[in-house]
Design a protein around this ligand. Structure first.
Ligand SMILES: *Cc1c(COP(=O)(O)O)cnc(C)c1O
Length: 463
């Protein structure tokens, strides 16, 4: 064995203690850490040395070079994009996923049982969202990959309606996709799936600054499709205004038309955690597939998301993802293996952080996080509304504030750039109803009223 490697092996206890100390330093000071690294200069990119320096010195060098410029994206005032943090229990699960270093594939056979942990986590998530158990689920790296996975099975379904096995034969026919306000990652998925993002037909949204589907227009668009079979990409939480499509109405539409119903509920699905907001999702259990991001409102570290696909579609799912050229024999759930159900083959024990945080905080824990984030969002919107310099652009549906400067001669992009450079808070630019705007999305478990006040004070200073 290489001498340095052997030395590290013998010093693993000290090494892990030092890492813990370093981690504590980061976690315990997250409140005061900058939310931007815009002020720092680029670091020199070094080449690989012949002789290694060992883990201990690598840690020291890493901390010296990078630690103070890593941003507090996991902290309480990182409101750009939709950025979750990591609960203490999730962090424990994430560390252990590396320690155990399983390759999570099969349930039975000669393999390990880590897929069983994933099954249990999926069952707990279905409980959290109050969804029925006739969904099969699995972990992928993010909502983009979840949308991809769901839409890949949808593509296979639509091919089958037209007499084609697209997984085997490739695209032989045009497919119709309809959506009102799809997330960019759904469009990206259509590109990756080879169905062509131009084949997405945009349906009108409801009047009055809404981003939800206009159901009348949807029906008009459906009637223009030759065969009338199609895939509907609906939204539980659009990124600008967290708008929800009318799932009860969509469920009713299935009595008349033959379509695959997908819901992108990346973060909006967490409305199910609170009796106050649950009605936004009424009817969603009828969908064929649902995307949920875990590295957003579940507050587990990146890279974590799940897909839920109705079990009745399991043969289509396996036809899409099976890792062998032989036709799948028998019931794929009998000798279950994740590599026949999703894009990746080898996978880490990605469910473990979610398993820990769900065990640790339960339904009540998530209800509290969701309700607190929404309450703080409303408080923040209140401060903005009450000040003459700003105006809120869209109604607050849940956990996002979309606002801009009242004085339209001023550039909100320049203001945002000044604000983000303070390092106190981080928000994203967006465009809403044709106007340049700013968006703050609150999904972090650490955020409190004090953070709302700190952020607003930074906004006033940046005017
Ligand atoms: C964040 C988000 C995605 C993409 O998620 P990633 O985790 O970045 O892949 C997709 N859809 C919606 C609605 C989102 O909010």
């Amino acid at each position: 064995m290489n001498k340095t490697l052997e030395k590290d092996k013998n010093q693993i206890a000290d090494l892990l203690k030092n890492v813990t100390e370093q981690a504590l330093n980061f976690v315990e000071n997250i409140d005061s850490r900058f939310t931007t690294s815009a002020q720092t200069t680029q670091k020199e990119i070094q080449s690989l040395a012949d002789k290694g320096i060992g883990a201990q010195q690598s840690l020291q060098q890493f901390v010296q070079k990078y630690d103070d410029i890593l941003v507090a994206s996991t902290g309480p005032r990182y409101w750009g994009f939709v950025t979750g943090g990591a609960t203490p229990a999730a962090l424990v699960g994430d560390w252990l996923a590396s320690v155990y270093d399983q390759n999570t594939q099969a349930i039975k056979g000669d393999g390990d049982i880590s897929a069983q942990i994933e099954f249990e986590t999926i069952a707990m998530l279905l409980d959290l969202f109050d969804l029925p158990k006739d969904f099969l689920g699995g972990f992928v790296t993010g909502a983009t990959l979840s949308n991809f996975t769901c839409l890949a099975v949808a593509r296979q379904w639509l091919g089958k309606q037209k007499g084609f096995d697209i997984a085997k034969e490739g695209m032989r026919t045009d497919l119709n996709f309809l959506s009102a306000t799809p997330h960019s990652s759904a469009i990206k998925s259509l590109s990756m799936l080879g169905v062509g993002s131009n084949n997405l037909t945009l349906v009108n949204t409801l009047n009055g600054n809404r981003e939800a589907i206009d159901m009348d227009n949807l029906e008009t668009q459906i009637q223009m499709i030759d065969t009338q079979e199609f895939i509907l990409i609906s939204s539980a939480g659009t990124v600008n205004t967290v708008d929800f499509d009318d799932f009860k109405a969509i469920a009713k539409l299935r009595e008349k038309y033959n379509f695959w119903w997908h819901i992108d509920a990346a973060f909006g699905g967490f409305a199910a955690c609170s009796p106050k907001f649950k009605s936004l999702l009424e009817g969603w259990h009828d969908a064929d597939s649902i995307t949920i991001d875990c590295h957003k409102w579940l507050n587990v570290p990146y890279e974590s998301a799940v897909y839920f696909i109705k079990e009745k579609h399991k043969l289509l799912q396996v036809a899409t993802f099976q890792n062998s050229n032989a036709p799948y024999l028998g019931d794929p759930l009998e000798s279950f293996n994740y590599l026949n159900f999703l894009p990746e083959n080898s996978r880490r024990l990605r469910a473990l952080p979610a398993w820990f945080t769900l065990k640790a905080y339960g339904k009540e824990g998530y209800q509290e996080i969701v309700e607190r984030n929404v309450e703080l969002t409303n408080n923040f919107a209140g401060l903005i509304n009450d000040h003459q310099a700003f105006k809120v652009l869209a109604p607050i549906h849940l956990n996002t504030v979309c606002f801009t400067l009242s004085d339209e001669s001023k550039d909100s992009g320049e203001f945002l750039s000044r604000l983000n450079k303070t390092g106190v808070v981080f928000m994203s630019p967006t465009v809403f109803a044709g106007k340049k705007a700013i968006r703050a999305a609150l999904v972090n478990w650490r955020t409190t009223q004090k953070d709302i006040e700190l952020a607003f004070a930074a906004m006033l200073k940046s005017l």
